[in-house]
Design a protein around this ligand. Structure first.
Ligand SMILES: [Zn+2]
Length: 437
């Protein structure tokens, strides 16, 4: 078995791995690196595939591309852009289906539309708990897992040389508010059957303990919103646009007290895709995305700000996001003293995000708004969750992924505590390596 560690082994972003067994290849994820795009100050859909590769925004798939006739399937674990964002750029040069859960498929379809590209690959839907043969020798299985986007899955490859389990990204939420709990039963069973290789999520490995549940975030959101409503003034909430579970919690805890507006392009797109498959109900929500639409809705809100709960993009302080632009006075809606801004998110730890958030918080402070931060739990497994996962799957070999070298090394340390030996059955790779097991 050969493992091509194409992307996501030197950064949080642009995940892509390929597994080759007996002349057959399956590609796992095709992500892009948001930051490389932000730094270039480009819109990724305006960039050619070559430019995006050059900017470091999408994985360098040259080596696997040379064997493209052997590639039997591209399998995407969930709809976050660092897992799926490369599909419109790269998938077209492989003559094989792209397999994902239904919500992820909707995201792929939208990205392809925005990219104004035709993608000839068949987009195949598969639900968690299902299996599908993709070639003579390889079968794909989806095992239900929880994450911060609907319908995330652990991908298991059944091959003649054993099983490969790939779990980017996951958290172990025992009380999810949307979708089912992680499939502990199947994961334990896989551990009994034998897993040859596990590719695990290093992103939050340095955070001690185990993650809590979405249910606790909802309670915290409720208290914060109650306080803000009691004080009065405008209330603005920002979170990740694809976090449908969280958006449902915001709607729930508002409990009809204020009218709700969803403002921002990504917010509209992710929630409308979700509504199409009954993950969220937008019937009582005003959604605005295009410039005029946004201006009109904001004018309406500004006439009676205390009647509204504004949910908008900008949780990372992105310069062109709605929240940033409201804060800097670009719109007919103002944030001022007595208003409340709730960040139902954490800062994705990178220098660009930290700088952007710092600038946004500074402006909000100058305006005199009250800020509530980090009403959130991470979508990624913390250190003890990762340990639980290793104890369930009991893999023969471990390959940490989805992190920079320090994060991968930290994951390796955890694996060593669990009895694994570096370079024997535990491996740290870089982008562009080929590991043979
Ligand atoms: Zn993710």
């Amino acid at each position: 078995m050969k493992i091509y560690t194409i992307g996501g082994y030197e950064e949080v972003g642009k995940n892509m791995t390929a597994i080759e067994v007996n002349d057959e290849i399956v590609i796992l994820d095709m992500g892009y690196d948001m930051e490389a795009v932000i730094e270039e100050d480009n819109e990724i859909e305006e960039m050619t595939t070559k430019d995006t590769i050059k900017a470091g925004a999408i994985p360098k798939d040259k080596e696997i591309h040379q064997k493209s006739d052997k590639v039997k399937a591209i399998v995407v674990g969930h709809g976050h852009l660092d897992h799926v964002g490369g599909v419109p750029k790269l998938a077209g040069s492989y003559d094989c289906p792209v397999i994902s859960t239904p919500y992820t498929k909707k995201i792929i379809q939208r990205m392809v539309r925005e990219d104004r590209k035709d993608l000839n690959n068949e987009l195949v839907e598969m639900n968690t708990g299902e299996r599908r043969k993709v070639s003579e020798n390889i079968e794909i299985e989806f095992v239900n897992i929880t994450h911060s986007i609907p319908q995330a899955t652990m991908i298991v490859l059944h091959t003649p040389e054993g099983k490969v389990a790939y779990s980017l990204d996951y958290r172990l939420d025992k009380e999810p508010l949307l979708g089912d709990k992680p499939d502990y039963e199947r994961m334990n069973e896989l551990g009994e059957e034998g897993v040859k290789l596990f590719i695990g999520d290093s992103t939050r490995i340095d955070e001690e303990g185990a993650g809590s549940s979405e249910k606790t975030v909802k309670t915290e959101l409720k208290h914060t919103l109650n306080q803000a409503y009691n004080e009065g003034g405008g209330v603005f909430v920002t979170t990740f646009s694809s976090h449908i579970e969280r958006l449902n919690s915001i709607i729930d805890v508002n409990n009809g007290r204020r009218k709700i507006a969803f403002i921002g392009r990504s917010l509209k797109e992710y929630t409308e895709s979700g509504e199409e498959i009954d993950l969220i109900d937008l019937s009582n929500i005003e959604v605005a995305s295009y410039h005029n639409e946004v201006e009109d809705l904001m004018s309406k809100i500004s006439r009676n700000k205390e009647d509204w709960l504004v949910v908008c993009t900008g949780n990372q302080g992105e310069p062109r996001s709605v929240l940033k632009r409201i804060a800097t006075g670009d719109y007919p809606l103002e944030i001022k003293e007595g208003d409340h801004v709730i960040f139902s998110s954490s800062v994705i730890p990178s220098p660009v995000n930290r700088a952007n958030r710092y600038k946004l918080e500074k402006v909000l402070k100058e305006k005199g708004a009250r800020q509530y931060k980090d009403i959130h739990i991470s979508g990624h497994a913390l250190r003890e969750d990762n340990r639980d996962m290793l104890r369930m799957l009991k893999p023969d070999n471990i390959l940490p992924a989805h992190g920079d070298t320090e994060m991968l090394a930290s994951y390796a340390k955890l694996a060593m505590e669990e009895g694994y030996d570096l370079n024997d059955n535990l491996f740290i790779c870089q982008n562009g390596n080929v590991l043979e097991i």
